[in-house]
Design a protein around this ligand. Structure first.
Ligand code: C2E
Ligand code: MG
Length: 702
């Protein structure tokens, strides 16, 4: 810095002492100007910087500070004042000076820095064209923070918005090293940013970047998160002269985003990690187990008879029960173990570092006991028990999804054995898991490979024995396992989302077939019952499919009956119920399947949504000997009469059962006694005989 020529204008009490300080810096050929702030008569040839005393804001010759500064604007200007008159220095900077010093309170290093800063800043301003100056003045007034640095990264300008965002006092100066300390942490506030990636360093090197999220840290204060754009600053000859960054405070947006992300990872009801987060945590835990060479256990927990709690006590109680279950889970896990909600009434737990395998069983048994204890839900005593499946890493699987599937399968085993117990995943289950995976894979291609087929089961009018319609039942002609019933693949279709395309195929095929039969055998009233899964009702595609099919086949909508299996749907306002209303608007009929099971009960009937229901085969199977079933069937039919609802009975296997149904005035019957589900061509021959006057029953079909 040696060799700077400084013109000092002023003559106050501290002038002499201060000028000595300047001399001491060995940086100048120093000229002392007039105390009245007038230029010396003989202007020195070379002036690098003018320092003037910002004593009185109006000079003795009547000049305002502003006009004085304007007159001197060819040079870098630094105002000199005293600590107790600091406001004058600030006023000078506001009026256009590049800096100010308090003569009675400035060290040599600081003085040197202020002088150098002023020279650089002035040089930059001069180099910028008038247009750029306009841009700079705009930057002064915009809401985004702007910081201009020279080629060495020294801060030349900070606009008011930047000061406000960064919480810098109007006069607060930055140090020469500020570019390296400014925002050196990423938005998480923890990850240190490499030197080369620091925003101000990048900008002064001419790198252009946008939306760099960083943390601005001030001791004892919460981090401010900034989104920074930056680029180099060039003069008219395209030489890099510095850099500029613009930024805005995104702390609130960031906080909200984090909140949303968090929400996306946690279950709203129980606040436990959801599937996605649990799976991620499990993957990490597996990594740890692998490194430590220690086993890990996954416990899949399903509550027994939860649905009936929901159905009988209502959803609010059901929800509260789930919350309490989550709470008990949390309280009964050891530190390091973690849990999640898999969905519905399913929970999942990971046990790490549990030592011997039997300790996992002990933990599961403890959970069985704890979760089976009485729940006090809004003053009601509620009981449930868990079925728990255990899968151990690495024996039952090495990947997270594999382990979860294995635990799920074991849970089903536990449930099958009566629930309220735990079950280890075993190698025989492994074969089933492998099979399930094979089925899942195969199902993805089943439609295009034309492997689905519909069988049709005749339904007769109980009083006349006349065949009035058919139920379409889906089958899968599996290339390896042969003809598979829905029980083997429907759950996979539903859980994989493939049910939508498969369901569309069923509706299409069944309706076309019905139209063909109606036409061929001149049976315009022949009807078809088509089963729907609940998932289909959640999807707008169903309405479109039905509408298109009705148009394509020109069928009378009254000949089509859709069977739904979950009676809850018609009792609660839901998207599914909206779909049902949409279907009804076409004129098709709606039926409740499996009446008499826990899914469909009396309360589902009186809703005005359904036209008929199907008595479940579990009621019919032993109706000859089971007095309770007899009473339920009689009551259901009597109630249906009153509500003008049609009743069908399925699973009719014996004449006695049919006779009983006839005595109760049940409308329709279906079952092996009348006919098993058969292929379409077999139906054609049945219809032919029917027209010829030979009834199915009288032909004594099996
Ligand atoms: P569902 O609607 O209750 O169908 C009647 C089931 O009972 C059929 O089983 C049928 O073969 C069986 N069945 C009929 N009569 C008798 C009998 O006398 N005795 C006995 N033991 N069983 C009889 P399947 O075909 O295995 O279908 C099972 C379930 O799969 C159906 O129950 C229905 O809920 C579902 N399903 C079938 N096809 C479809 C479909 O295309 N879509 C959907 N979403 N579900 C379907
Ligand atoms: Mg059905």
């Amino acid at each position: 810095m040696a060799g700077r020529s400084i013109l000092y204008l002023g003559g106050s009490k501290f002038a002499a002492e201060f000028c000595d300080k300047l001399k001491g810096l060995d940086l100048c050929e120093q000229f002392t100007g007039s105390p009245s702030l007038e230029f010396p008569e003989k202007t020195p040839e070379k002036i690098d910087l003018v320092m003037f005393e910002a004593g009185p804001l109006i000079t003795r010759s009547g000049q305002t500070l502003q006009s004085l500064i304007q007159r001197l604007s060819d040079w870098p200007l630094v105002a000199v004042t005293s600590r107790d008159q600091e406001h004058r220095g600030i006023a000078a900077v506001r009026a256009g000076a590049q800096g100010f010093v308090c003569a009675d309170d400035v060290g040599e290093t600081q003085l040197e820095a202020v002088i150098e800063h002023a020279i650089q800043r002035h040089r930059l301003l001069v180099r910028l064209s008038e247009r750029d100056n306009t841009v700079l003045s705009i930057l002064q007034s915009i809401n985004d923070g702007v910081i201009v640095v020279d080629r060495h990264g020294n801060v030349l300008d900070i606009n008011p918005a930047a000061r406000s965002i960064l919480g810098l006092a109007p006069r607060q100066q930055t140090t020469t090293q500020w570019n390296k300390a400014f925002c050196n942490f990423a938005a998480d506030g923890k990850t240190q940013i490499d030197h080369e990636e620091l925003p101000l360093v990048k900008a002064c090197r001419g790198h252009k970047f946008s939306n760099q999220a960083v943390a601005y840290q001030v001791p004892n204060q919460a981090d401010t998160i900034l989104s920074i754009n930056g680029q180099g600053l060039y003069d008219s000859s395209n030489t890099l002269i510095g850099g500029v960054i613009t930024f805005r405070d995104i702390t609130d947006i960031m906080r909200k985003t984090i909140e949303l992300e968090k929400r996306a990872q946690y279950d709203d009801l129980t606040l436990l990690p959801n599937r996605r987060l649990f799976t991620q945590q499990l993957e990490k835990a597996i990594g740890r187990s692998q490194r430590k060479n220690r086993p890990l256990a996954v416990l899949f927990i399903d509550l027994d008879r939860f649905k009936s709690v929901n159905d009988t006590l209502g959803h609010d109680i059901g929800d509260e029960l789930l919350r309490q279950v989550a709470d008990r889970l949390n309280k009964n896990l050891r530190i390091g173990d973690f849990s999640g909600r898999w969905g519905g009434d399913e929970f999942i737990v990971c046990l790490e570092d549990f030592g011997e395998q039997r300790n996992a069983a002990a933990a599961a048994q403890k959970l069985v006991l704890v979760l089976s204890e009485k729940y006090d839900v809004s003053g009601s005593e509620v009981y449930t028990t868990p079925s728990i499946g255990i899968a151990i890493y690495p024996d039952s699987g090495e990947q997270a999804d594999r382990l979860i599937k294995a635990a799920d399968l074991a849970m089903y085993q536990a449930k099958k054995r009566g629930g309220g117990r735990f079950q280890y995943y075993s190698s025989s289950l492994n074969t089933r898991l492998a099979q399930r995976e094979e089925l899942e894979l195969g199902l993805r291609h089943a439609l295009v490979r034309d492997e689905f087929v519909l069988h049709y089961q005749p339904r007769i009018d109980v009083s006349s024995g006349r065949l009035i319609g058919l139920e379409a039942l889906l089958r899968w002609r599996h290339p390896r396992f042969g003809l598979l019933p829905p029980a083997r693949f429907l759950p996979i279709l539903e859980s994989s989302g493939l049910i939508h395309s498969a369901g569309e195929w069923v509706i299409n095929t069944a309706c076309r077939q019905l139209a063909a039969w109606q036409h061929q055998f001149e049976l315009p009233d022949l009807s078809i019952a088509i089963n729907l899964s609940q998932q289909q009702l959640k999807h707008g595609r169903l309405i479109e499919t039905v509408e298109k099919t009705l148009v394509d086949t020109a069928l009378d909508p009254g000949c089509i009956e859709f069977e739904i299996g979950d009676g809850e749907i018609v009792r609660q306002r839901s998207a599914e119920l909206d779909t049902l209303y949409g279907l009804r608007a076409f004129g098709v009929r709606l039926s409740l399947d499996h009446f008499g099971t826990r899914d469909v009960s009396f309360s589902s009937l009186d809703t005005g949504v359904i036209d008929s229901f199907v008595l479940d085969q579990s009621l019919i199977q032993d109706v000859e000997i089971n007095g309770s079933h007899q009473r339920i069937v009689r009551a259901a039919i009597a109630m249906a009469r009153g509500l003008d609802i049609e009743v069908a009975a399925e699973g009719v296997e014996t004449i006695t059962q049919l006779e009983f149904l006839r005595s109760c005035k049940c409308d329709l019957a279906q079952g092996f006694l009348i006919s098993r589900p058969v292929q379409a061509d077999k139906v054609s021959s049945i219809l032919r005989s029917e027209i010829a006057g030979t009834r199915l029953l009288s032909r004594g079909m099996p």
